[in-house]
Design a protein around this ligand. Structure first.
Ligand SMILES: [Zn+2]
Ligand SMILES: [Zn+2]
Length: 119
């Protein structure tokens, strides 16, 4: 599979039996439907997001991309209450996160879990 942002090869990485694709160049990551949600709940999974947020930010400006699986144009999605914007495919429901974005995506949930302990 090729990266929808920079067209470099994406490598498969498996963490706790969940396999995601990470770009060998920009370190953006592709998650199939619900993979990001599943991975978010796995302890230590933020390690797979090995790219620099700074790199991710520069690729975040590329918004016109096609789904690497079904080649249809992807749509912009925003996580409510966060400054996180990512691309999602309306056909296969996969999502593309730039480097550093999975950390943000996951981080928010851990804050919630942390707060829940006090409620
Ligand atoms: Zn890339
Ligand atoms: Zn797709």
């Amino acid at each position: 599979m090729h990266c929808p942002k920079c067209s470099h090869i994406m490598a498969q990485i498996t963490y706790e039996s969940i396999t995601v694709d990470r770009c060998t160049n920009c370190r953006g990551m592709w998650f199939d439907h619900l993979e990001a949600e599943k991975l978010k709940r796995v302890r230590g999974s933020e390690k797979i997001d090995s790219g620099l947020s700074r790199t991710g930010e520069s690729y975040d400006t590329i918004k016109d991309i096609a789904c690497p699986r079904c080649s249809v144009p992807m749509t912009q999605a925003e996580d409510p209450g966060k400054e996180l914007s990512y691309e999602t495919c309306s056909k296969c429901r996969g999502i593309f996160l730039d480097a550093g974005e999975f950390k943000e995506f996951k981080h928010d949930k851990s804050i919630l879990d942390f707060l829940k302990k006090f409620l």
